[in-house]
Design a protein around this ligand. Structure first.
Ligand SMILES: [Zn+2]
Length: 270
């Protein structure tokens, strides 16, 4: 995955390291399992860079009505793949788009952003989120082989229960923020976890990352929401997460990269 072209690009980016901290380390970037490509100021530039560097990027979308744009700009690309989703925080306003999402699940292997968000205390909205998420999970289970990138803020227990332990696909908990006990239950049920720099730099996030089985960890940016200084993070910044994971695992950066490569292989291999 670290091609000669990527290396050349990497060396070329040394000069701009001041504005792009991951620049010189970008050969460590393997996968961005959760990136909102369509929400950057210049989505095409972000896509071009990830593709040129060979960074496997799951371009999540928040509603079926905006999926088509991401599908269009990622058409014919090898590394950046579009994911069809319906963000739980948008279910109250865009839940009526569920019938648009279901046919999209048949055309893409990647599904997200989906899940539950219990920041809302409104029981009706929570119930509607569960209804939408359960429908998506059921359809994905029927189709088989889907890779899901899942939001679970304050709702990990229900997310794990809905997906279950026999899901015929690869569920990835993005930016997991539940308890260690819930994390263990998710790992036992077969979930993967994608971690970002923001998570790795917080004390609670670091404790969770240390509790994750090393063969279930992937990297993500959740860009453009996660920022690095003044700028939104982009797929090459997953190199910073690999570096931080190397420190957590007490191994070299090259070994940490290899683990992520192996984990990615487990996710993408049907
Ligand atoms: Zn997200």
């Amino acid at each position: 995955m670290c091609t000669a072209a990527a290396w050349r690009k990497c060396e070329g980016s040394l000069a701009r390291e001041a504005t792009h901290p991951a620049g010189a380390r970008c050969h460590l970037a393997v996968v961005d399992a959760h990136c909102h490509i369509d929400l950057y100021d210049d989505p095409a530039a972000v896509v071009r860079e990830a593709e040129a560097l060979g960074i496997r990027t799951i371009a999540v979308t928040n509603a079926p009505s905006v999926y088509h744009f991401t599908r269009q700009i990622t058409e014919r690309l090898q590394y950046v793949r579009p994911a069809a989703g319906l963000h739980p925080e948008l279910v109250h306003s865009h839940g009526h788009e569920l019938p648009l999402l279901l046919p999209l699940l048949e055309e893409t292997r990647y599904v997200g952003e989906v899940g539950l968000d219990y920041v809302t205390t409104d029981d009706t909205i929570r119930a509607r989120q569960r209804e939408v998420f359960s429908t998506v999970v059921e359809r994905c289970a029927a189709l088989g082989g889907k890779v899901l990138t899942i939001h679970s803020r304050r709702a990990a227990a229900d997310v794990i229960a809905i997906v279950g332990s026999n899901f015929p696909g690869k569920p990835i908990l993005h930016w997991f923020s539940g308890t260690v006990k819930q994390l263990e239950a998710a790992a036992a049920a077969g979930f993967f976890f994608s971690v970002n720099t923001s998570m790795l730099s917080s004390k609670s996030g670091d404790a969770l990352v240390r509790a994750m089985p090393v063969d279930r960890v992937l990297t993500e940016t959740d860009g453009p929401f996660v920022r690095l200084g003044q700028r939104p993070s982009t797929p090459p910044d997953t190199a910073l997460a690999v570096e931080a994971l190397a420190a957590v695992w007490s191994i070299s950066r090259t070994e940490a990269k290899q683990r992520i490569v192996d984990n990615l292989r487990s996710v993408v291999t049907p």
